[in-house]
Design a protein around this ligand. Sequence first.
Ligand SMILES: *Cc1c(COP(=O)(O)O)cnc(C)c1O
Length: 568
Amino acid sequence: MAPRHLRTVAYFSMEVGLDPAMPTYSGGLGVLAGDTLRAAADLAIPMVGVTLLHRKGYFRQHLDARGNQSEDPFEWYPEESLEPLRPRISLTIEGRSVQIRAWLYRVVGVSGHAVPVYFLDTQVPGNGSKDQALTDYLYGGDARYRLCQEAILGFGGVAMLQALGYRNVKAYHMNEGHSALLVLALLERERQNGDLENVNEADIEAVRQRCVFTTHTPVPAGHDQFSMDLVQDVLGKERAHFLATSQCCLVDTLNMTYLALFFSRYINGVSHRHEEISQTMFPNYPINSITNGVHALNWTSPPFRRLYDRHIPEWRHDNLYLRYAISIPLEEIIEAHAEAKRELVAEVERRNGVRLRPEVMTLGFARRATAYKRGDLLFSDLERLKSIAHQAGSLQIVFGGKAHPKDEGGQAVIRTIFEAARSLGDKVPVVYLEDFDMVLAKYIYAGVDLWLNTPQKPREASGTSGMKAALNGVPSLSVLDGWWIEGHVEGVTGWSIGDSWEGEVQPSAEIASLYDKLESVILPMYYKHTREYAEVMRSAIALNGSFFNAQRMMVQYLKNAYLATTEI
Ligand SMILES: *Cc1c(COP(=O)(O)O)cnc(C)c1O
């Protein structure tokens, strides 16, 4: 662990995906948080992570024959993965005193540096049963439950770091608005006695100097909001009064994004496009951009790890070296990919009993199932799809993804995919793998031949799954949105759906473009010009793997956000 006197960056995230045995993430945001902490460990940055324990996790997904989703709690045993820590802190929630403890996970980087991650937990003897359950479910319960959790993360996290002996936290990095209440905790510390009544500009500025905020949501409705009545119930009169009268809140709602924006010195979106969108949404705040990246070693499959180790052994320590993948012989790229594909095919058979054919072009689509990602766009015209597979070359498709239990639209997308699969039959085999998680993700990202990404622009703030595919030599066919606007070079790193990121969404034009490119460009290249296809695979690694990784992202946070804020 980093010596406590060192200046520290505290990274707060409601979800963190570090280990598949710990179901403390739901999708891209949490996996990104895990990759961020891994990159900090690689670069020996004095960072600590703070999140909640989520004893019942996100959930285990079950799908019936028609694609109806049901959910079971994901029971796991923190004592098997985490080290219990001694300190207890207490926090007043809804007028009751709630005890909080923490568990430690160490993320170890390539050179052995460890970044500690603290998982906050209210299952402490002495807490009532309702309070013991407050850190059980990730994104579960109602608004009250969520606000209680955000109070535990924000206030509890700041207090726990103090109790653990961190005296020199120079930057508090809020990964999305869920942790924004930490700014109030810091403000109360500025006031010594905690009184918010006499907060002055200097106090606010002192907090602002230490706060960094990354927003991830390009639509206003996606931002967490709570009614002031609820805020008063949960946080108490004084805090509610302060929030209601400060400029960071709208009249009768607490918007966590506004709170974070108001109290942050450095604010960023997660791609250039997302910076623009956020700047339009929040014209009064300067928004920067640091495009997301994924942890290269973590997301590179064993065959490609071996390939890179042979040709560019430096890549593990410094992902920039992946640039030199451009000179790896094509045959070796093809062979490494064939191995990853065999592993996917075997895993699909093991899980679903379906035997995919390794020689058939395989498309992949696996991520949170939610309407705007349009997992069913490919099935807009089943006759056309069948005819493409018949004329231009066979196709098979692998899907995965959970829908939030309250996301009706997302669950409907899954059912539509099942319906399409039935109707396509053997003409275009489609498998939907249950209970998508980081383990399954690794098989799919590396094992398919083409990564499909069809969000409704401009709603994909960044997207990261295509970056993981690129590290494994899998090109993308994607709508121009999020990171793909930066990573796309037509016919070199993959292909676009539609030809501009600007303008209105025109589903019919996007569908036409998707089918046309598959039919006249991608399938012919895959089946008839194998070396050309392998060149695209290789360029995806050299151009995109070398840049859209978490080490590059972390260095950018260091240079632009942390160093500028705190002189670490
Ligand atoms: C990378 C990842 C995601 C993010 O996928 P997007 O296509 O960027 O939304 C979601 N879930 C898991 C398990 C992942 O590994």
